[in-house]
Design a protein around this ligand. Sequence first.
Ligand SMILES: [Zn+2]
Length: 381
Amino acid sequence: MTTLADRASDWLSTRHDEMEAFLKHLVDIDSNSFDKAGTDAVGAAIAELLQADGITVSRVANDTYGDALRAEVPGRGANAHVLMMGHRDTVFPKGTTTTRGFSKDGTIAYGPGVADMKGGLVVNCFVLRALKAAGGADFPIVALFTADEEIGSPSGRAVIEDTARGARAVFNSEPGRVSGNVVTGRKGGTTLDIFIEGRAAHSGANHADGASAIGALAAKITKLHALTDYTAGITTNVGVIRGGMTHNTVAPSAECELDIRFVELGQLPAIMADVTAILNADDVPGTHARYTQSYTFLPLEAHMSADLFSRYAKSADDEGFAVAGEFTGGCSDAGFTAALGVPSLCGLGPVGGKAHTDQEFLKLDTLVPRARALARTIAGM
Ligand SMILES: [Zn+2]
């Protein structure tokens, strides 16, 4: 008697060409996070593929960003589901594919989002198809395809949390590491846009009447950077500054973008308290600071992925490849699901690298093996 894992793995073993063709199809659709038509077009391609196999697909509509897409292979009986996740958006502007679409050189594929994470979307689609073709599991297998991860999942987060609640496991198919490893831990991160208001004055005639926003910002940046604590896994980085009017005007305004990374959920409140104190400090009398928080990603704490990783490593071994877990400072949606207490593993997509650059690549010969290992892991849950 064959097992679900073996049947799904066998189904996938002959799908390389089909997977590669679907990858090319998805890469050649522009889908910047702010391009609703584009991310929805990627969603339509996915829905068409899955529905052709009789897989149910539903949408959570959104007016601003692409709709979230939810596909499900039902289970038998009332058992907690398994969730696969992936994002359809890329960081590349609309029009990129007209000059730089999908291309390949031997077994390496190139193109915007080829690894991050259209390769992972292909894996999730084919794993779902394989598990359906193999007869399904006792538990529902759900795949969620969201549209705004690259900008912090402003609309995706709530859908992800709703869908992940009560799941037995979450598998996120962000790109596999260049080493071939999967991701067992990720930093959380948040971005603050900080604005300083000062008072303009002629720098020669009335210097004393001014209150320099640039002076205040400079003082605050030094203190904000001093919050970095490598031992604790906390970093702060002001990556962008703007401000001032002219060389002979005391700066009436200045602003910066602050990126904060941390490794444990519990660290964030204390960091935010420190940041608030720094912003409220009266560095330059007459200036005033405020901030807005744009992105927040929660960390994937390693203990939330440990059990799933050992299951995945065993499945990979059964499929003939070795894999290790890796920590990365980059954030992903897996932090949101892990923070709910749902076991989560990330970086399960095909192996690739140089994400967010025009040299982004994907190793095509990892499409089928990674899909087989993921299908096998899910089948054994
Ligand atoms: Zn990604």
